[in-house]
Design a protein around this ligand. Sequence first.
Ligand code: SAH
Ligand code: CA
Length: 238
Amino acid sequence: MENTSKQSIVANNVILQSEDLYKYILETSVYPRELEPLKELRNATANHPTAFFGTAPNAGQLIAMILKILNAKKTIEVGVFTGYSLLLSALTIPNDGKITAIDVNRLAYEIGLPFIKKAGVEHKIDFIESQALPVLDKLLEDPEEEGSFDFAFVDADKGNYWNYHERLIKLVKIGGVIIFDNTLWGGFVALPEDVVPVYKREWRQSTILFNKKISEDPRIEISHASIGDGITICRRVC
Ligand code: SAH
Ligand code: CA
């Protein structure tokens, strides 16, 4: 068969993604509906040395859908970068909604901030420049914050995902949703370590351990979706 590396493959009734299929999804279903401020922020980030940090727009579309279905109003964002997923959430939740957004890097956030301001949604965002764990711990000191969040999106240091989960499971209400990004780690979770670039090995290992633990956690229901770099959608059940 010609050009197999670019073709999607069907295995056991599952379509494995290809570049062509990703492009098709973006062009058919995502870009025509992507809101203008998000497009602008994405384009302004495109030449950044770590532009690949930005949430995949098709995963973003799914996240926005989940926020809408949940009627989410109060959310947490761990790992902002220039703010693609943050702006997406801010545009999706109601006008009196609130997002606690945490990142160690304010400079990256400031690249996206003009687009957030222009979109008129800055008032929904409380950006905190900090390591995420102490902020989550501080929130938990206030009993009123416990179980008060509808949704959390986690997209920061993969070595801390389980620590974030242990805090967020208490901050998010029963029926609320936590989404973890990059849980397929470029597909390397399913490959032997010797084919993985050395610099990617540590967080591959963290991700493999996290995926195993989360699959055994009875406090949540999960869907491990092969979209973007893999997202794990967790719904708190108790
Ligand atoms: N969701 C973003 C991408 C986040 S990239 C988007 O859609 O564009 C990961 C971010 O996590 C980086 O900006 C990095 O500064 C931040 N980060 C890494 N370790 C962190 C930590 N311990 N606490 C808070 N933020 C952290
Ligand atoms: Ca990510």
